[in-house]
Design a binder for this molecule. Structure first.
Ligand code: NAD
Length: 488
């Protein structure tokens, strides 16, 4: 086991970051985190109970309602705070990467980019954006002038999943804080140790007390936060099942909500696609398997033309079979363990289901040899899958790809769209215009051509059961602003 992991074996935190202070929790319950590499305990934090959540929301409310604290600062002042916050996060990047990797099994090299760097990038991007927002004055049609103001929406309850705990929190807090909102962030119980570092960075950056508060907890604590009378907006990333429950509550309360949910995206390989793994390997990895398949946007339904079906299956088999599976903290690892033992069981259940429904496993299909201590599963490719099979319809959230045959481009688009989800996807082709035409016809919130990289400047989110609303881009900032028209 790597020394980085054993160094973290003793991380026991006893306080919660609320109102700019490290406070004793009101209850005695702890959240204990277990390493997916070894099954051993690696640390704990206090569980925030209802009284702690009440305190966090109250201090966020107070910080928001007093305009001299945050919401009424000049954009340049908030931006300066957020740039300091970015610096403090970046200074802790290595620690964040190894903590995330040791909790959820994300290969540490991926965590070093996505979790250690992306949040600071987003903070700087939204700092620039808020500084550039100019007064919106429109010449009225009824005489006079209309001023359209963008005002911060208020206190935001942010609920974050375990798969990218730092960057998905930043998808929310970076635009929300830039807009002038204050935050109560609830991390997922699987990844709470890194949330302590987030709080340390906020404190070191000198963010005013109450602007960022962190309440580690599970589903019940999340539900309590969503319903809390003093929350003005909910931002959620997680499963479609939880998203629907949250949407119901927010509907009843008429509370604005952004939902980033599950996916089952299509990687459409056109008949003129480049299949040389030397050339496309890294892009294929990021768009189909990154973070051990525990990524919402992955194109895990690979649609292959009849004329090249065998070739696509062979290429994916070689690609998935070549992956280095191992301890997530080892820099050589490409595929780490599943985040939890329960989740491993879920992924294994899907592999069994795929087999029983007639799928042909061409590589993987079980646990790798010599890795019994952790929650590992070998990257797995299923050939001969129908789009109606369970493994093609449901989100597996593991390193499992299904290869589905199609007749022509129109058939590929039809199959891609025959899904209850619509979050990501890719089109692979050597003809950019043809690829663009196919991409435009796929009913999805985002899609890549010959690669997939969510770009901070562009709205990210899904259609159908993949969610409502958008994060990132100027649209992600607008999601935390109320529009107010003053007829002058
Ligand atoms: P999850 O829905 O079980 O949990 C997500 C978060 O919500 C956790 O913090 C959890 O404690 C909390 N939660 C659960 N039920 C809740 C409820 N009823 N009310 C309030 N909070 C609740 O999801 P997960 O297993 O942690 O994450 C995996 C899922 O997240 C996958 O389905 C994946 O596709 C999705 N995801 C989506 C995106 C996206 O941007 N669309 C990104 C990453 C992950």
């Amino acid at each position: 086991m790597s020394s980085a992991l054993s160094d973290q074996a003793v991380t026991e935190h006893s306080t919660l970051f609320i109102g700019g202070q490290w406070r004793e929790p009101n209850g005695r319950e702890k959240i204990t985190v277990v390493s997916p590499n070894s099954g051993e305990e690696i640390g704990s934090v206090p569980l925030a109970n209802r009284a702690d959540i009440d305190a966090a929301v109250a201090t966020a409310r107070q910080a928001f309602d007093d305009p001299s604290v945050w919401s009424g600062l000049e954009p340049a002042e908030r931006a300066a705070h957020l740039r300091r916050f970015a610096d403090e996060l970046e200074a802790r990047g290595e620690k964040i990467a190894s903590l995330v990797s040791s909790q959820n099994g994300m290969p540490v090299t991926i965590a070093g980019q996505m979790e250690a760097v992306y949040p600071a990038t987003l903070l700087r991007y939204y700092s620039d954006l808020i500084e550039k927002q100019t007064p919106d004055l429109r010449e009225g049609m009824m005489g006079g002038v209309v001023e359209v103001q963008r005002q911060p929406i208020g206190v935001v309850g942010a609920i974050v999943p375990w798969n990218y705990p730092q960057s998905l929190a930043a998808f929310k807090y970076a635009p929300a804080l830039a807009a002038g909102c204050t935050m109560v962030i609830k991390p997922s119980p699987e990844t709470v140790l890194d949330s302590v570092v987030l709080a340390e960075a906020a404190e070191a950056a000198g963010l005013p007390a109450g602007v960022v508060n962190i309440v580690p907890g599970g589903r019940d604590e999340g539900a309590y936060l969503v319903e809390h009378a003093d929350i003005d907006k909910v931002a959620f990333t997680g499963s479609t099942a939880a998203g629907k429950k949250i949407a119901e509550v927010c509907g009843r309360l008429l509370r604005p909500v952004t939902l980033e949910l599950g996916g089952k995206s299509a990687s459409i390989v056109l008949d003129d696609a480049e299949l040389d793994l030397e050339t496309i390997g890294n892009d294929l990895f990021v768009s189909t398997l990154v973070n051990n398949g525990q990524t919402c946007f992955l194109g895990t339904r690979v649609l292959a033309p009849k004329s090249r079906y065998g070739e696509v299956v062979d290429a994916l088999t070689a690609f998935a079979g070549s992956m280095a599976v191992g301890d997530s903290l080892d820099p050589a690892t490409q595929i780490g363990p599943m985040a939890t033992q329960t989740h491993l069981g879920r992924v294994e259940g899907y592999i069994e289901k795929g087999r029983s429904e007639g799928g042909r496993i061409t590589t993987g299909g079980g646990r790798p040899e010599g890795r019994d201590g952790g929650w590992f599963v070998s990257p797995t490719v299923f050939a001969d899958v129908n789009n109606s099979d369970t493994i093609a319809r449901e989100e597996i959230f593991g390193p499992v790809l299904s290869v589905i045959q199609y007749d022509d481009d129109a058939d590929a688009v039809r199959i891609a769209n025959e899904s209850e989800y619509g979050l990501g996807g890719t089109v692979w082709s050597s003809d950019p215009e043809r690829a663009r035409s196919v991409a435009s016809r796929v009913n999805t919130g985002t899609i890549g051509i010959n690669r997939y990289i969510p770009d901070p400047v562009a709205p990210f989110g899904g259609v159908k059961h993949s969610g409502m609303g958008r994060e990132l881009g100027p649209e992600g900032l607008a999601a935390y602003q109320n529009l107010k028209s003053i007829y002058r």
